[in-house]
Structure formats: C-alpha cells, structure tokens
Ligand binder design. Structure first.
Ligand code: NAG
Ligand code: NAG
Length: 433
C-alpha cells in the first residue's frame, strides 16, 4: 500500500538546512561561529517586481549559482506582501545569503529634492518585516545610487536619516541586528567624502552599518594600479564599517575575465574589503548577464515569461565565457580573514565629517539630520558640536563638472535595467484589455 505522508511530516522533512546568520563587527562580517564572511555575490533581479516568489525558479538558479561559487545574491526590488519563504530556503540550502534593497519604485529618496517621510518609512519597514525572519538575510540597503551625479550630495543627510530610522525600527521590533547600509554610485568628486560622511559623527545609531560601492573601474585587461582600485583601497584603509563592491563587472570590451576578484580578495585589499557582487545574473539588453534562459526574443514579444526581449524564467544556461571565467576566479579565492576571537574592532578608524567645498561635497560637517517627515529646504542647520569651517553651504546645485566616464557604466546599467522593466510594465498595462 502506498504510504501517504501527512503534510506536516513532509514539511518537517524538508526543513531548511541551517545557515549561520551574519553580523557586522568593526569593519568585518562574521558568521555566528566567529568566522569572517566575505561576499561572493550576484545581482539577481529576473523580473522588475520580485524575483523571490517562484520557488522552483529560485531552486534552479540557486543550484547553478552554488556551482559558480556564489554565496550571496543582491535583490533590488521585492514585494513585501508576497511569500518569500520558499525562495529564501532554496538559497539557504545552497549556502547563499540575500542582501535586499528596502526602497520600492515609488519610495526612493530623490536626489535633488529629497524628503524622508512616513510613507517611505512604512514601505521600508514592510520589507524588513518580510525578510527579518530568514537566517540568510545578510543585510538591507536604504538606497541604491540615490546620489547619481556629483552635484547631488545634499541628499546624503536623508540617506543617513533613513538608516537611523530603519536601525531604530529593527531594534524596536527586536529583530536580529541585520546590518543596514547604502549602495553608492562611484563618483570621483565625492570620494571619499560620501563614504566618510555616512560613517562620521561618532554616533553609531545614526551611521550606516556597511558601505557598498557600485564600481565599474576595472575593465579587463587591467591592473590594481591602472584600474583605480589602488585609489579605492587607499580610501578604505581601516574603514569603520564593512565596505564592499555592491556592483562590479565592467563588460567593456569583454569578454569579462573578472581579474579584479583576485585583487579584491588579494593581499592588498582583503584586509579592508568584504567582497564583491557581480552585476548580474540574467542576460538582458545591457549585456551584463552570466546566464540566459533562452535565445533573445523579439523586443516587442510579450508572454508569461518574456519581457523586454528576454526570457526570464526556465533552466539557466551559462553565458560563455563569462560564467566559467568567474567560476575559475572564485575557485582560486578562499580568503580565511580573521577569526572574531583574534579581531580587535577598535583598530578601525573614525572618520571626520567632511567640510563642504563649493564645487564638490556640499554638506558642511556634521549637520543636524532631517527628522522623519522632513523635506529638504535648501540648507542644513549646523550641528552644535561642529567647530571651525565655513558656514553651511546653501548651494544645492554646485558647479561640479560632469562625472568622468568611470561611473557612467554603473549609472547606465541601473537606469537601463530599470528603464527596460518600467517600459515593459507600462506596455503590459497599456496593452492589457
Ligand atoms: C510623503 O511625501 C510624498 C511626496 O510629497 C507624499 O505623496 C506622501 O503623501 C507623504 N507621506 C506622508 C505620510 O505625508
Ligand atoms: C545617537 O543617535 C540617536 C538617534 O538619533 C539618538 O537618539 C541618541 O540620543 C544619540 N546619542 C547621543 C549620545 O547623542
């Protein structure tokens, strides 16, 4: 006679393999057993709204990602009302953590006219509520490339206000201390001021827990010296919180060799950096994909699994030779880092809040952070503790020159990706009877 298992027993038999939650201490990530954790990540956004709702698809992708050597995904948009438990356990089973952006398409902090209010707070909180229960939630972003141009640094206090309030929300809800950080565009004029500002002032409750940099400076073939990585490293020495590449993988001219991975995890950078996230899993119009789900479709084709000319579901097939190039790189990289028992977090530096300069960084010192509900009024109140320096800059759009092409790929990648998604969504809505 055929054995019929009660549903509860089946569920109990398929429990998620244990994955150790990650915490940040000083400028490093650690597992709960005190082993330093380095991110080998992949940007994962198959569909604009939420790629973490289709358990079967997550299983197929997680299994292939595991063979690639990845241990983290980054997801830019999720639907907090959806059920993510299936996908999160498939990734956990493959030893893969998730970094989740909390903002949604209509709750971004805007760069030129920033505000931070209850609508955003509730939207971000809903994402945190949806993901805080999973042991493999590695962290949350309060924003991605909010500051996308050199003259938009006046938005920075709003980023810090969002981090302050979401950290307070996390603690008030007694969630695990899931790190909360920001993912920055790589803008030469704002280096290192933005990363210093988000971690300055001496009050950890108001500072980000990690800093992600979207950098496409290393285009193979390149070197530590000629790529700009040496300069990035010099600004990251003893950084106060974990710092990592939240997007990397320049595809010009291609194919990608991912030789920057050897530098990031090598002797010159590994002491200060916590890894990197490769942009991106799915092949689409921007040509950054590591896998595809089928041949390129007609750009106007619509169907259950096709958007923007690309199939977005199915069996993932590696893109040649990029996938195997990355796999080879990561296979050679096994940084041991430092054990938490041997680590002295007081060895990190504290950063001063940068003074404004007329055509560069526009926030003068440790200004009073916006309160929840505040809209930018063109200037900031100096914090009483700030001494010296000139008066706060009232310049909202300075005379900063256009950014060098170095950050163009990053901005273009994100905008293109979002643009395609949005256009497709609009098409779908327009064509729907
Ligand atoms: C937040 O600001 C946006 C834009 O001004 C507005 O639409 C929304 O109603 C505000 N939310 C609250 C709770 O005031
Ligand atoms: C640190 O920041 C938090 C959040 O803004 C605030 O409640 C607290 O009073 C600050 N602590 C000090 C010592 O200023």
């Amino acid at each position: 006679m055929k054995q019929i298992w009660p549903a509860a027993l089946v569920a109990a038999a398929t429990v998620t393999a244990a994955i150790s939650p990650i915490t940040s201490v000083g400028n490093k990530f650690f597992t709960s057993s005190g082993v330093q954790f380095f991110i080998k990540g992949i940007a994962y956004q198959l569909t604009p709204d939420d790629p973490l709702v289709d358990t079967e698809q997550c299983k197929r992708d997680a299994e292939l990602m595991k063979t690639l050597g990845a241990n983290t995904i980054r997801v830019y948009h999720v639907d907090p009302k959806a059920d993510h438990s299936g996908c999160m356990s498939e990734f956990a089973n493959a030893g893969i953590y998730a970094l989740i952006d909390m903002d949604t398409f209509n709750t971004y902090i805007l760069p030129n006219n920033p505000w931070w209010n209850q609508t955003q707070y509730h939207a971000y909180s809903a994402v945190m509520d949806a993901f805080s229960e999973f042991d493999n939630t590695l962290g949350f972003f309060v924003g991605n490339e909010i500051i996308a141009k050199p003259d938009q640094s006046m938005a920075a206090p709003f980023i810090k206000a969002a981090a302050r309030d979401m950290k307070a929300y996390r603690d008030q809800k007694k969630y695990r201390k899931i790190p909360i950080g920001y993912s920055a565009a790589d803008i030469a004029e704002l280096r290192p001021m933005l990363q210093d500002y988000l971690t300055c002032g001496g009050n950890a409750s108001e500072n980000i827990d990690f800093f992600g940099l979207n950098s496409y400076e290393w285009c193979d073939p390149s070197t530590y010296e000629s790529s700009g990585y040496r300069n990035l490293e010099s600004m990251a020495v003893d950084f106060p919180v974990p710092i990592f590449f939240s997007e990397t993988g320049c595809n010009v001219p291609g194919p990608r060799l991912f030789e920057d991975q050897a530098a990031i995890f090598g002797p010159r950078m590994v002491k200060d950096w916590s890894g990197s996230i490769i942009y991106e899993w799915i092949q689409e119009e921007n040509n950054y994909g590591l896998i595809s789900y089928g041949p390129k479709a007609d750009p106007t084709a619509t169907g259950p699994n096709v958007e923007g000319g690309f199939t977005r579901k199915g069996q993932p097939t590696p893109v040649t030779p990029d996938f195997s190039n990355l796999k080879k790189q990561w296979a050679t990289i096994t940084p041991s880092g430092v054990a938490i028992s041997d680590y002295d977090p007081s060895s990190v530096s504290t950063r001063g809040c940068p003074t404004s300069t007329p055509s560069g960084w526009l926030v003068n010192g440790n200004v009073a952070l916006p309160t929840l509900g505040e809209t930018f009024r063109g200037s900031y109140t100096p914090s009483p503790t700030v001494t010296g320096g000139s008066s706060p800059s009232n310049v909202q759009s300075g005379t900063a020159s256009a950014s060098p092409t170095k950050n163009a790929a990053s901005v273009r990648g994100e905008i293109t990706r979002m643009g395609v998604g949005l256009v497709v969504l609009m098409l779908v809505f327009t064509l729907w009877p």
